[in-house]
Ligand binder design. Sequence first.
Ligand SMILES: [Zn+2]
Length: 238
Amino acid sequence: MLFWNLTYFLYVALPIMVLGLIASSWVKRTYQRYSQVRNASGLAGVDVARRILAGAGLSDVTVQVIDGELTDNYDQRNKTLNLSRAVASGTSVAAEAVVAHEIGHALQDHQGFFAMRIRSGLIPAANLGSQAGPLIVIAGLLLSIFTGSGFGFYVALAGLFLFAAVVLFQLVTTPVELDASRRALRLLAENGVIVPQEQEGARRMLRAAAFTYWVALFGAALTLLYYASLVFGNRRSD
Ligand SMILES: [Zn+2]
């Protein structure tokens, strides 16, 4: 198939896959390492959450325990802090870092953090773009090859714009995540959860997590470039 060639595999799919593996194994390794380092406060993740939420004046946030590993998230639709079982019961530096990061998101939500509002607004477009964007690009390219008309180019261009929403989404996600991690370190310190000796561990946890967002952004941008090269490369050869 024309669009699933060696170029795509070598320059797009392979680097994204390799970087993705590096990112996820870095996160897992760091998480496992600091899961074994007990925190000085002796508080389990769920108690860390309660203390920080109370300290930050976020009494409207519900804490809930969910299944899975590192599935922790803050859901702004129902103002719920979802903690994975191991994080909720863990009395480790890893657990407190994860909890504080997610509460960082709750605080962003509470304060109406600008980048987070944009990010939420982009979710429908990004979902549509990641699913339909590439298909529309390819449909447009096939149309222009088989009919020889200029119309196919505009169809492909529309697909490209749709996929650009994915890049935009990742572009906004990165500062939202970095900000949540900055808030996390501050929340841990301000609420007396963390002692200075633990800070480096928490910082390493958050740094590993941040790398996954850079990789996602890079992957989306690289994919967009590839589709753009197909759309505009095909036009020039007409
Ligand atoms: Zn986050």
